[in-house]
Design a protein around this ligand. Sequence first.
Ligand code: NAP
Length: 349
Amino acid sequence: MRKESRMAGKAGIIMKKIAAIVLSCMMCISLAACGSSDKRRTGTEAEVRSGDTAENSVTDDSAADTAGVKDGSSFDLEAGTVMLNSGYEMPILGIGMFRLSQSEAENSVYWALRDGYRLIDTAKIYGNEEGVGKGIKRAIDEGLVKREEIFVTTKMWTDDYDDGTEAIEASLRKLNLDYIDLMILHHSQPENDVDAYKAMEKAVKEGKLKSIGLSNYYEPDDFDRLVKATEITPALLQNETHPYHQSMKMKEHLKQYGTVMESWFPLGGRGNTQRLFEDETISEIAKAHGKTSAQIILRWHLQAGNIAIPGSSNEDHIQENYEIFDFELTNEEMERMTALDKNERFASY
Ligand SMILES: NC(=O)c1ccc[n+]([C@@H]2O[C@H](COP(=O)([O-])OP(=O)(O)OC[C@H]3O[C@@H](n4cnc5c(N)ncnc54)[C@H](OP(=O)(O)O)[C@@H]3O)[C@@H](O)[C@H]2O)c1
């Protein structure tokens, strides 16, 4: 009897231990789920996460992941996101709105959100913020996405730098949004860009902007000038970046700040795309993967640690540009792409 009761006691203890293990596993799973639905993470969590990403993503023959590790970037090519230094997660592939009319912007945003895009890039000066807002609303009303799943970027135009607060309010009104995920100053303008940036910092504190950054700062000293005069480190720098202008110097400089590079003219820009599409190296790599040159260039951006926002008003191109998560460029292909850099800009500004 005593032996039996000792055995029953032992069985009880083992059962309790198993129950405790099961319970702690369930808690881990639910905590992980909570974490993944929370767009904002603390710096420490972000660091831990980027460490995880680097570790998990390295494979022997893939340049995608090793390139990310080498760059020190926290690009997650599986999830298609990057953790910004502001603590917010941002999609690394989006759609650009330059030169699109209001109605083109509305349709392009709607098609993009339907196809899986979650990042939209517009600007006050493009004159299509209302169209972008309508496209977002249409997609939300149809139940395709929720507001919190979308990342909207707009830019403050240089004429507005003396009254940044009003410029932010105007963009919020036109986009028909309660907050903007990322606002960036459109161009360096030393006489008053610090004031404009400070207006954006104030809007961050008020919850109207989540992250802030810069565009068209091409010299490290110019970037540092603004950083030294302000409080919040820019989350992102958006500069002309493509295979013929790879922005290596600025990208190297940005590392100390944890600021990510976003490529405008990722395909070379309207009127220039054929030069890149017909480039011998790009065409050869495209043939090898059974992909288009546009897809190879966009995949290269992501593997090189550049957020890409190709512009398009063409429904088929929008879909094609998003179909770049099902293949990887090898180390050798990445090296061949790197060798294309000519430090040549297509735009004159
Ligand atoms: N911060 C700045 O100063 C600045 C300056 C310029 C641009 N940007 C931003 O960066 C975004 C991207 O730049 P961008 O739009 O000027 O240039 P881009 O993305 O390099 O190129 C756009 C051109 O590529 C074509 N295209 C797109 N996908 C294609 C595909 N799969 N196959 C063939 N052609 C394709 C588009 O034509 P279709 O419409 O026919 O597809 C359009 O002519 C802009 O939309 C804007 O949001 C910022």
